[in-house]
Design a protein around this ligand. Structure first.
Ligand code: 13P
Length: 250
């Protein structure tokens, strides 16, 4: 049985004061939640504060992005060793907002994944098709391309140390969740890609999270699908009660 993961991606929200207030309210609500891994990805500036607040709890901290270089003259970038030092155990890589708004490519995703692994971080590699891809019947083709250019380019050992998040772009921030069946079909496809590129063992051990308008009122339906190993939550992770309701979906 794959252990489930519920991760919150705060995107560009929350000051330090708001981060502290969130943790004070959220930590007690999930203190007894042992059925899944709980992750929160604050903005860079709030990582240390979040890591401090999460010390001794069952909550792990993640970055939302990472440079593909370990150090250097790269103004505005943050490296994997810096994330580790600040208290991160995970890092989100290749989020669709990074791909669409900041022109990240599959090649960037592959490089960032390697540097993250090298620093001991667990990458959460995101992929997902756009509405027009799905309308044109190209969803699987896009997923295969993103898989092959990113996670598929790793060695089998490296691949066994990452998580994948399936985030259909049309479902992000739109309130249009993928139906549990659509999500499960995409997850099955990605698992098949993993099986073909690596091995059946790699495919069955791979944890794939679903992301896109996950809310307290749809989490149960999504988690009823065995194919879904958890969720990557945007908007609904900003409120402690709503994120706790998602974590405690059982
Ligand atoms: P929403 O849950 O706000 O749709 O965002 C999903 C997401 O992009 C998580 O990474």
């Amino acid at each position: 049985m794959r252990r489930r993961v519920i991760a919150g991606n705060w995107k560009m929200y929350k000051t330090l004061a708001e981060t502290r207030a969130f943790f004070s309210a959220f930590t007690p609500l999930v203190a007894n939640s042992r059925h899944c891994d709980i992750i929160i990805a604050p903005p860079f500036t709030a990582i240390s504060t979040a890591a401090e607040a999460a010390k001794g709890t069952n909550i792990a901290i993640s970055g939302q992005n990472v440079s593909w270089s370990k150090e250097g003259a790269f103004t505005g970038e943050v490296s994997a060793p810096m994330l580790t030092e600040a208290g991160c155990r995970y890092v989100i890589i290749g989020h669709s907002e990074r791909r669409q708004l900041f022109r990240e490519t599959d090649d960037n995703v592959a490089k960032k994944t390697l540097v993250a692994l090298d620093s001991g971080l667990t990458p959460i590699v995101c992929l997902g098709e756009m509405q027009e891809d799905r309308d044109a019947g190209l969803a699987e083709e896009v997923l295969l391309r993103q898989f092959t250019g990113g996670p598929g380019a790793l060695t089998p050992d490296e691949f066994s140390r990452i998580l994948i998040a399936y985030e259909p772009v049309w479902a992000i921030g739109t309130g249009r969740t993928a139906t549990p069946e659509i999500a499960a079909t995409a997850h099955r496809f990605l698992r098949r890609c993993a099986g073909e590129q690596f091995s059946v063992h790699h495919a069955s051990a791979l944890r794939i999270l679903y992301g896109g308008s996950v809310k307290p009122d749809n989490i149960q339906g999504l988690m009823a699908q065995e194919e879904l190993d958890g969720a990557l939550v945007g908007g609904a992770s900003l409120d402690p009660k709503s994120f706790a309701a998602i974590v405690n979906f059982k």
